[in-house]
Design a protein around this ligand. Structure first.
Ligand SMILES: Nc1ncnc2c1ncn2[C@@H]1O[C@H](COP(=O)(O)OP(=O)(O)OP(=O)(O)O)[C@@H](O)[C@H]1O
Ligand SMILES: [Mg+2]
Length: 235
């Protein structure tokens, strides 16, 4: 589905992502792990088209999409949920979700069907559909931004640290949500610092360190590599 090859992302002289190659197959859930500053967000932003790589290529379903704008990437089915967890605070849950479908203006009935599909998958959002998004808890806001990203009917979902700053029970809910989304057949690239939880739900994993891929394997194999965890993932 997505293939990244030899990718480099720079901020001036800082090389945040160095020679990174990875792929995510159709329906696969792949996690990218790594400590603070490893370059995980920069990698995701480059895949979403929000940062232009200084080297390397990005292919989506075999098509070269290197350097495409974020809007073009969304239209091609790449949706990103950034670390910042931004909702439109004064708009309701339902209005926030509809805004996620802005690229599909002409397809009202399909958008309505997807809205109902999100409410079925995530009943908590249905209960709160008329509530202002700014009054939701942190975990509920995280659910909302993920569901909103799904409203553009993506083929691949890029998630940047969805568990960040949330209490353990809420983290479990978010991870259950991700598992439910995977069951719909979508591909997911999940960036996490919570290695234990991410490795429980992922098919494969990459470990980033100082901008590079330090290790890659099945999630089960990475979970068992205790030396790797101690070195790069904080135990
Ligand atoms: N806008 C920026 N300008 C300059 N340097 C940046 C910028 N954004 C990130 N960096 C640098 O790039 C490197 C990688 O940052 P990035 O945010 O991609 O890491 P990360 O793995 O997502 O970290 P975290 O887990 O803390 O979110 C860091 O050294 C960071 O300081
Ligand atoms: Mg980050």
């Amino acid at each position: 589905m997505i293939e990244v090859s030899g990718l480099e992302v720079r901020y001036g002289a800082v090389r945040a992502v160095r020679n990174v190659s990875l792929h995510v197959g159709q329906g696969e859930l792949v996690t990218v792990l790594g400590a603070n500053g490893a370059g995980k967000s920069s990698l995701l932003l480059a895949i979403a088209g929000a940062l232009t790589p200084s080297r390397g290529t990005l292919h989506l379903a075999k098509k070269d999409v290197t350097g495409y704008s974020p809007e073009r990437m969304v239209r091609l089915g790449v949706a990103m949920v950034p670390e910042t967890r931004d909702v439109f605070p004064d708009l309701t849950v339902s209005e926030n979700l509809r805004l996620g479908a802005y690229i599909r203006r002409a397809q009202t009935s399909a958008v309505n069907a997807d809205l109902q599909r999100m409410y079925t998958l995530f009943p908590l959002l249905k209960e709160r559909q008329q509530q202002a998004a700014g009054t939701l808890s942190g975990g509920e806001q995280q659910m909302l931004v993920i569901a909103r990203a799904m409203m553009c009917d993506p083929k691949i979902l890029l998630l940047d640290e969805p568990s960040l700053g949330l209490a353990p029970t809420i983290v479990n809910q978010i991870f259950e949500m991700i598992v439910e989304l995977k069951a719909t057949g979508i591909s997911i690239l999940l960036v996490e610092q919570n290695a234990t939880k991410a490795l429980q739900i992922a098919d494969r994993a990459y470990v980033m360190r100082l901008g590079e891929i330090a290790a890659q394997d099945s999630a089960a194999a990475i979970a068992e590599a205790s030396d790797l965890r101690a070195m790069y993932l904080g135990g």
